[in-house]
Design a protein around this ligand. Structure first.
Ligand code: EPZ
Length: 417
């Protein structure tokens, strides 16, 4: 098996071009099964999953021409097979995206159940339930899901997903486009890839409204036709290179991306000390601030107790600047300290407790944690915070916080605020 040998320690510098979004190209290629006419897709990334998806289309009987490496011209005129076989589904779960189009256009589809995968069991029960709501009968036959539309056509329905599912939403969008009547999808996935698929389907003649919002309305049409479409840039690849610049302390120009698709990631990374500048609507210049300020370390740790996943925080300036960690732990945080690195697992619900501030920023961190904890937190030795924050109680109260200073000696300007 191939390996990567990486010798770290070099700041990455230069320019890279972002490719098309894998997770958009996969459903868009599946959508070509909805019509007998030719659909041309540009900016399809040349990656393994897309090669697999192309093979699936060819196995089903479609013709796929690639006049250029990243351009796929698909004609699914002569589809003879209506199933995604196990050997393909097991290597790539997105093969289930063939289900919706096959069922809608040919009234029948068979897909091997995906089974487990490295990131979990990942069932497709919500896809199947939605197909049933669209009028299909669904049965399990020797490990295969067999779906049939009784009179060859699906019927529009109100589909409320109990959990947000990306490929589930995509499967229903494709199926409903060729169903009789109107379909409303509620609790739909809202990813940019959903909007991209809707754009392609609408170019093919579908009538989809509301893509990118939780509720979509799809008016089924008799037939769909050919179209040309360019796949959106891959937002995950974009995010990965932003992190590459940040983690190595380098400077990378990330070209051909769409920053609007990763606003939340940009915001989060910016607050973590990454300098991200939008040179133009499709180019980001990414560098790391010379240093993430040690003075924000404690507050950042409080925030990370609420973040999904594991965060590692290394304090390189001061020994012993993790005093707030033990107090956060008393409030319910999951933090392990080893040397100068704290590992924070989140999100954890914090609960109020009596705690003690140990220094200026630690106090701020504990105040922040207390603001999101349930119940009452009593923070002792807040004289530390007075060293560096002017009227913090008053300022927080003006923002709606329920915080007060309990004092038994000198009146401060915050009293009564
Ligand atoms: C898509 O997978 C992406 N794949 C994944 O990207 C991505 O991680 C995921 O969405 C979440 O954003 C493609 O677009 C091809 P889900 P998908 O259905 O659609 C549960 C990558 O790294 N669920 O939104 O399969 C499910 O188990 C890949 O590029 C059901 O219970 O994900 C999960 O907990 C990995 N029943 C949750 O819903 C169902 O019928 C969301 O899954 C369907 C899903």
């Amino acid at each position: 098996m191939d390996k990567f040998l990486v010798r770290g320690g070099r700041p990455l510098k230069g320019k890279i071009e972002i490719g098309g979004a894998k997770n958009s190209a996969l459903p868009c290629l599946a959508a070509t099964l909805l019509t007998a006419e030719t659909v041309t897709l540009h900016n399809v990334p040349y990656v393994k999953d897309l090669i697999t998806q192309r093979r699936l289309l060819e196995d089903l009987g479609a013709t796929v021409l690639t006049p250029e490496l990243r351009t796929h011209k698909v004609t699914a005129k002569n589809v003879q097979l209506f199933e995604a076989p196990y050997h393909l589904v097991k290597t790539m779960r997105a093969s289930v995206l063939a289900l919706g189009p096959l069922l809608a256009r040919f009234g029948q589809a068979k897909v091997s159940l995906p089974g487990g995968c490295a990131i979990g069991t990942r069932p497709i029960d919500l896809h199947l339930k939605a197909f049933e709501q669209l009028g299909a009968t669904v049965s399990l036959e020797s490990g295969d899901v067999v779906a049939r539309a009784p009179k060859g056509r699906l019927t529009g329905a109100n589909i409320a997903f109990e959990k947000v599912t990306v490929t589930g939403t995509e499967n229903v969008m494709m199926a409903a486009s060729l169903a009789d009547g109107k379909t409303i999808i509620s609790n739909a996935a809202q990813e940019p890839e959903i909007e991209d698929l809707a754009e392609l389907l609408n170019k093919m003649g579908a009538r989809i409204k509301g893509a990118g919002t939780p509720t979509m309305e799809i008016e089924g049409v008799e037939a769909l036709g050919g179209a040309q479409h360019t796949i959106i840039p891959d937002r995950i690849e974009t995010g990965t290179f932003i992190v590459a610049a940040a983690i190595t302390g380098g400077e990378i120009e990330v070209k051909g991306c769409n920053p609007d698709h990763i606003r939340a990631v940009i915001k989060e990374l910016t607050s973590a000390g990454v300098d991200i500048e939008e040179l133009n609507p499709s180019t980001l210049l990414v560098k790391r601030y010379p240093l993430f300020p040690t003075d924000m370390q404690a507050q950042y740790m409080a925030l990370m107790t609420q973040a999904e996943g594991t965060s590692k925080i290394t304090e390189t300036i001061f020994e012993n600047r993790f005093m707030h960690a033990s107090e956060l732990i008393r409030m319910g945080a999951d933090i392990h300290i080893s040397g100068n690195t704290a590992t924070v697992s989140g999100p954890r619900k914090l609960a109020g407790a009596p705690i003690i501030a140990s220094d200026l920023r630690a106090s701020a961190s504990l105040v922040l944690a207390a603001l999101c904890a349930s119940g009452e937190t009593l923070i002792d030795r807040v004289y530390h915070i007075d060293r560096g924050y002017e009227t913090i109680v008053r300022k927080l109260r003006s923002l709606g916080a329920d915080i007060e200073r309990i004092t038994d000696n000198l009146a401060t300007d915050e009293q009564g605020a």
